[in-house]
Design a binder for this molecule. Structure first.
Ligand SMILES: Nc1ncnc2c1ncn2[C@@H]1O[C@H](COP(=O)(O)OP(=O)(O)O)[C@@H](O)[C@H]1O
Ligand SMILES: [Mg+2]
Length: 271
């Protein structure tokens, strides 16, 4: 083995053994590296087939994860699966905050993916709130009381918002949008629900708010499109997932008749 290669090995070994300083723990909320489902981190299965395998078993309980992507990439479907499968398979009630479409519209679309939200509402496993973006601004300003009441009334463990973008673009100043995000995220963290927040990345990338959303959240999943000839394909990338030794691959996913399915073992690009 060359001297250079040996050196790289030694450095890698040292990095693995390296202790995390108190300052790092404070700054980054650092938890023990590689602590997966078997470690002290409590994980919440995402309800999206193939995704848990990429993130050590699921989202960290109580975390705020962003799913960002362009129009038609499947963000709403993913948020629906997170809530629907969370309720049906894991008995975890959830609240959906709809800012882009009516609850009826949402339910009709999701029925096409064989997710019956009417039934879950009847069973008290789902509560769907629909607000105009300007109304939610007031709710957040007032401490989010109405959101909290909805969560308390069904004992929510999961929360999804579709979309943050609808809210962000309503603020005239980025400063106010940032403040609202900080308030919303800190509220949901205090309420101990696990949150999936949808972000329309094409619109927000040109806004200075985008890096803030990434920075404030615990995780960012990016849904991308790429072309093979004249066929449009989808691929998912985990940009960030705090306290998680997550996949660094770009994984293909498909929108099927039961929702999104991720194929973690497949490679989108050979190089
Ligand atoms: N029944 C279905 N079977 C397969 N794919 C579907 C079905 N219904 C919608 N789709 C696909 O899902 C996409 C919509 O996903 P959606 O979650 O609304 O995206 P986004 O919220 O990112 O705009 C559509 O662009 C369409 O390609
Ligand atoms: Mg949508």
């Amino acid at each position: 083995m060359s001297r250079a290669k040996k050196k790289v090995r030694v450095v890698k070994k040292k990095a693995k053994r390296r202790q995390v300083s108190a300052k790092e723990r404070f700054l980054f909320g650092y938890k023990s590296p590689n602590s997966g489902s078997s470690g002290e981190i409590e994980r919440v299965p995402t309800g999206i087939p193939g995704l848990d395998e990429l993130i050590q078993g699921g989202f960290e309980k109580g975390s705020v994860v962003i799913v960002a992507g362009g129009p038609g990439t499947g963000k709403t479907t993913m948020a629906a699966q997170f809530l629907y499968n969370g309720a049906v398979e894991h008995d975890e009630p959830g609240v959906l905050l709809n800012l882009e479409q009516s609850g009826e519209n949402f339910k009709t679309h999701m029925r096409l993916f064989r997710m019956d939200f009417d039934e879950l509402e009847k069973k008290g496993l789902i509560s769907i709130l629909t607000y105009n973006p300007n109304e939610i601004i007031d709710v957040i300003k007032g401490g989010g009381g109405m959101l909290r009441d909805a969560m308390d009334s069904i004992g929510a463990k999961r929360f999804a918002v579709d979309s943050l973008t609808a809210m962000i673009v309503f603020y005239e100043r980025d400063y106010d949008a940032r403040k609202a995000l900080v308030n919303l995220f800190s509220s949901v963290r205090n309420w101990n629900v696990t949150t999936l927040a949808v972000l329309e990345s094409n619109i927000v990338e040109s806004h200075t708010i985008y890096p803030t959303v990434e920075f404030l959240s615990d995780g960012v999943i990016l849904l991308r499109t790429y072309y093979e000839g004249n066929v449009r394909n989808h691929a998912l990338e985990i940009l960030k997932m705090r306290a998680t030794d997550h996949s660094k691959d770009i994984s293909p996913y498909f929108v099927t008749d039961t929702g999104i399915v991720v194929f973690g073992g497949e490679k989108v690009f050979e190089k």
